[in-house]
Design a protein. Structure first.
Length: 147
């Protein structure tokens, strides 16, 4: 009741409710906000879930069981694992062989020429190849001048 009237002797005394409009209390279980209504019982819990949990705790305490508060949180752990792998595998790799005879050098240069003409050499490598070929031609010209 927001206010009630009582008679005190010959005069009427107005009594005010201890509740204020929009008053907020703290939930007895989770600590969340509980809005107090103007009329009715004073609420203790913010939801039926909190009321049920509080009831379960009181019942456990009455049976002599210890009440335990459970906190849920994520915990990160770093675990170092050592993995030992034993693999033996034979892999055949073509070894780079330098031509030993002049005919082998001629075949290698012709193969390189064919690859450049057909686009099997990247454009980014052409500048380096041009420099190497120019050095080779320059060496051949200089060698011919010594004769």
């Amino acid at each position: 009741m927001e206010s009630s009237v009582e008679k005190a002797g010959d005069r009427a005394v107005a009594r005010k409710s201890p509740r204020a409009p929009g008053q907020v209390l703290e939930c007895g279980w989770c600590g969340g906000p509980v809005i107090v209504q103007v009329r009715g019982r004073m609420p203790k819990w913010c939801s039926s879930t909190c009321r049920t949990r509080a009831s379960e705790r009181r019942r456990a305490a009455a049976d002599g069981l210890t009440a335990v508060k459970v906190f849920e949180r994520d915990i990160e752990r770093v675990k170092t694992v050592t993995v030992v792998q034993h693999h033996t595998r034979k892999v055949e790799v073509e070894a780079v062989r330098w031509p030993s005879a002049t005919s082998d050098w001629v075949s290698a240069i012709q193969d390189l020429t064919r690859r450049v003409e057909t686009g099997r050499v990247y454009d980014r490598d052409l500048e380096a190849l041009a420099g190497a070929v120019n050095d080779l031609v320059g060496a051949m010209v200089r060698r011919g001048q010594h004769r």
